[in-house]
Design a protein around this ligand. Structure first.
Ligand code: TLP
Length: 347
């Protein structure tokens, strides 16, 4: 059975152009710094982000972990949102592997942290307290519905952090979705951040990898941490080649995903029993719930949708996440609306 898989944009497989570039990629030993394709990707990534240097890492999780461990040492503290991917879904790596303490602030529905709350969370000098080192933001914000943070907000947080001698890290797993949806250059969105991780293997459809970007001095430290984490990948130019194609060909088209997500959301909202989250979709993610009169939970409905060829993520007992991506076309959108309608009718 052919599935329309909306569980995540992480399910995207490489395009034919990526496979060709992978097959032809020039490679070398990257631990010696000798993989020309990785070096090219890192330079391209740093240039796009307006940073001095880039570091290819196997995953967004390792990018965030290497960043936080490069900014902080054991017993230091990072201020981040209680819905941040790093807090919720990275297996507690920052504390398990880095001894980094987290101070969680409530994420607002628009993905932000309240500036006054950030300021109040910064620890004064006192031997009772951990040392606040870092603020971390996420853009787009996954658990806040794929909402994009603005340049103005990111600048305000950067200014606040720097005023207090802290650094700012940005989990920009989907930073290109944030840039395209707001019509702003990506470097403007990440300019206030001292470091940014962005993912090639999500909406950009590459099979593997993320790039961590920052100053030369920061990336030198992150390189050692990546080695400690086992992320020195040798001839991984084969993977980086797909990442280069992703950066060259997959960024501008993200607007198509956002437009399709809007069409799908409108279709779903018209089905009795489906309630769209307020404002959804902001970018490529749709969040919606079952209305209270329906007796089923999201997992049951997701199972029945899958039996009809549509895979969706359950994002709570009665809530779904559907993520639009390169491999979902206009016909698929129609099909998903039809299948949802049938499944909810049948009960
Ligand atoms: N997110 C995945 C799951 O882990 C939830 C998804 O399907 O959305 N930052 C953000 C904002 C992310 O959404 C993700 C992946 C990561 C980091 C981690 O990236 P990977 O999976 O490459 O380690």
């Amino acid at each position: 059975m052919k599935f329309i898989d909306l569980r995540s944009d992480t399910v995207t497989v490489p395009t034919p152009d990526m496979r060709e570039a992978m097959a032809k990629a020039e490679v070398g030993d990257d631990v010696y710094g000798e993989d020309p394709t990785i070096n090219r990707l890192q330079e391209m990534a740093a240039e796009r982000m307006g940073k001095e240097a880039g570091l290819f890492v196997p995953s967004g999780t390792m990018g965030n972990l290497a960043a936080i461990l490069s900014h902080c040492t054991r017993g230091d503290e990072v201020i981040l949102g209680n819905k941040a991917h790093t807090f919720l879904y990275e297996a507690g790596g920052i504390s398990a592997l880095g001894g980094v303490h987290s101070y969680q602030l409530p994420n607002q529905p628009d993905g932000t942290l309240v500036l006054e709350e950030i300021e109040a969370a910064i620890r004064p000098e006192n031997p009772h307290f951990p040392i606040t080192r870092l603020v971390a933001l996420e853009n787009t914000h996954n658990r806040c519905g794929g909402v994009a943070l603005t340049v103005a907000y990111t600048r305000a947080v950067g200014a606040l952090a720097h005023q207090h001698g802290l650094k700012l890290h940005l989990d920009g797993a989907r930073i290109f979705n944030a840039a395209v949806s707001q019509g702003v250059p990506v470097h403007a969105l990440v300019e206030p951040a001292d470091s940014v991780t962005f993912c090639l293997s999500k909406a950009l459809s590459a099979p593997v990898g993320s790039v961590l970007c920052g100053s030369h001095e920061f990336i030198d430290r992150a390189l050692r941490i990546r080695k400690q984490l086992g992320g020195g990948m040798r001839q991984a130019g084969i993977l980086a080649a797909a990442g280069i194609v992703a950066l060259e060909t997959m960024v501008d088209r993200l607007a198509e995903d956002h437009a399709r997500a809007k069409r799908l959301a409108a279709g779903l909202a018209s089905i009795p029993g489906v309630i769209l989250d307020p404002g959804s979709p902001f970018t490529n993610m749709i969040f919606c719930s079952l209305s209270p009169e329906l007796p089923w939970n999201a997992a049951d409905v997701a199972k029945r949708l899958a039996q009809q060829g549509v895979k969706v993520g359950d994002a709570g007992r009665r809530r779904f996440r559907l993520v639009m991506h390169y491999w979902v076309g206009d016909e698929d959108v129609k099909q998903v609306i039809e299948v949802f309608t049938q499944v909810l009718k049948q009960g």
